[in-house]
Write a protein that binds this ligand. Structure first.
Ligand code: FES
Ligand SMILES: [Fe+2]
Length: 333
């Protein structure tokens, strides 16, 4: 399979109204639109007549209409020209779905599995989209390694002075990579600590698995007392999708859930949803801001001095190449 053969979340559902919207996946510009009868369409974002962006046009009934000369295309890409009715003017169309509050696209006809983003028993906190000026592999590296949490993050991660105590375990399979970390939490905002019932010296548990069709990681975060007897009042589950926009830009789409042990409906989390959402946004922005300072965009790891946390880089690269990009590579266990 090639990159576009996998399902990619490209927009939050609320971002697609009556006007077509331009997105890009793996360098392919795509115009996504809603038909007036409520269907969805996704077509190559260049009119086959004289290459105006179809996303600059509008929707007429169940067709997207080019702004330049008014040619229209249905959701299968079948075109009609008002000036030359007998002309066959078809364009590439894509599979498109709306699920979990997101708009997803992929190539027509591939049989890629659709990711399951439900989390029964948890409350949905937020769905966010961040654009990072770095290639896919470098962004995945950032989200798949916890050593940077000592410096970059405020809430989720480990105390820099005790980073050497953090245990890390890798569990690769042919199609996934699991990483399990546990160690002394970093000091977190006292009000937040009180709300979560996290105390100084507690252990932070960070357990995630990365999959490769499409490329996404599923994170579980929670805290316990050092002896494991007391657990934080809130647990988090995050789905992070890594969508390559082009060779130098990656979009990170995150769907966050949380579960609380406080009494009351949804463990009172609805009261704090805005605060928790802001916290997630802050943490991802911290990664975005930090990655803007990469010295170069070379996704290679040869020649780097890697730490004990970085074994994951080789594991994910091999699977991105083989399972996501569809390249033939030797499997690394
Ligand atoms: S360029 Fe689209 S109709 Fe002419
Ligand atoms: Fe991070």
């Amino acid at each position: 399979m090639g990159m576009l053969d996998h399902w990619h979340p490209v927009l939050r559902a609320g971002e697609l109204g009556r006007k077509p919207v331009a997105v890009k996946v793996a360098g392919q510009p795509i115009a996504v639109f809603r038909t007036t009868s409520g269907g969805l369409g996704a077509v190559a974002d260049a009119c086959p007549h004289r290459r105006l962006k179809l996303s600059a046009g509008d929707v007429a009934g169940d067709r997207i209409r080019c702004r330049y000369h008014g040619w229209t295309f249905d959701t299968c890409g079948n075109g009609e020209s008002p000036s030359t009715p007998k002309l066959s003017a078809c364009t590439t169309s894509f599979d498109v779905r709306e699920e979990y509050g997101l708009i997803w696209v992929k190539s027509r006809g591939s049989d890629a599995p659709f990711p399951d983003v439900r989390m029964p028993g948890y409350l949905h906190i937020c769905t966010l989209r961040h654009t990072i000026p770095a290639p896919l592999e470098l962004v995945v590296d950032n989200f798949n390694e916890i050593e940077h949490s000592g410096t970059v993050h405020q809430t989720f991660g480990y105390d820099l002075d005790r980073m050497h105590e953090v245990k890390v375990r890798f569990e690769p399979t042919e199609r996934s990579v699991r990483v399990v970390n546990v160690g002394p939490t970093k000091r977190i905002n006292p009000v937040f600590g009180l709300l979560l019932n996290v105390r100084s010296g507690d252990l932070f548990h960070d357990d995630w698995t990365t999959y490769f069709s499409p490329v996404y990681s599923v994170f579980d975060h929670w805290w316990t007392s050092p002896d494991g007897a007391r657990e934080s009042m809130v647990r988090w589950r995050l789905y992070i999708f890594f969508v390559p926009v082009d060779e130098r830009t990656t979009q990170v789409v995150s769907v966050t859930y949380a579960k609380s042990r406080y009494p009351g409906p949804a463990g009172c989390l609805r009261l704090f949803r805005r605060l928790l959402s802001r916290k997630i946004d802050e943490e991802i922005r911290a990664d975005v801001e930090m990655l803007a300072h990469l010295a170069d965009f070379d996704p290679g790891i040869e020649g780097l001095k890697l730490s004990r946390f970085d074994r994951v880089l080789g594991l994910t690269r091999e699977r991105i190449a083989r399972l996501y990009r569809g390249e033939s590579v030797q499997s690394e266990k």
